[in-house]
Design a protein around this ligand. Sequence first.
Ligand code: SIN
Length: 314
Amino acid sequence: MVSNIMVLGTGGTISGAAGPGDNVGYRAGERSVWSLLGALGAHAPAGVRMMAEEVAQIDSKDVEFSLWTKLATRCQHYLLDTRVSGLVITHGTDTLEETAWFLAQVLPAIKPVVLTCAMRPATAISADGPQNLLDALALASDAHAVGVSVVCSGSVHAPLHVRKEHPYRVGALSSGDFGPLGWMEEGRFRSAHPWDVTKPSDADITVALPANAQGWPWVEVVQSHSGARSETVDALASVGVRGLVAVATGNGTLHHALEAGLHAAIGRGVAVRVVSRCPEGAIVGVPAHGLPLASAGLSAVKARISLMLELMRP
Ligand code: SIN
């Protein structure tokens, strides 16, 4: 049976170009999504009919809310198209975990949506993009892969756990102590964890996503550290921030000055969520400060997305 896979390009190093021998001085988003598919040549997977659309061609450090809205809308369109079996999204590694978490929150889990990336530009002598793309195409054609997932360097990650943990290494993405959902091996998925789709398959985009940045609630991340000051939070509350994600030490504790600032911000109507700055695990129990915690295990950038979506719900 033939799988019809729609590949949505957004840019990133996977579509980057650089001079000979240069793996870091590249410009992201230089190659079109069609040229990435064309470069697969004879390696293009049998039984997969590839289609493509360029949604953006950017370095993912510059992702704006308008791109998220456009990407979610295009995904939704193809998810509802009965001729399309699955989606692949090419994306920069730098903020891939944010886009993956965002899409996992707003798209119905009815077909595979597989994000992939590369750490070396398309011009590198040993570019990792083509194999990652092949793995993503194979996963998007696999019956296991319902909902949003991420493929990089042979590992398959869940949106909740995936994060970029290395600035240079090809295997830059990790799922921490949870580990990957599984691995891609010669075009086949080998499972390590049950594929957990927590979203109901009939879920739809649950909030009307605003087309421009002004329509999104302003949510910032503040960090607890030695010598933290409440004025940081006071200043943000004074200029209209709607939400704050506080990155706490250890098991959710906060510098006393930041803690006081956050309590005062709540008094001014600012929504606050606390996450831990520890990269592994989740806060255990209830910290004495009593400030609301983000959902277990969310990183600061993902807790920020969840809070923005929460604030947009009617
Ligand atoms: C980007 O995130 O767009 C650049 C870095 C990368 O893709 O590895």
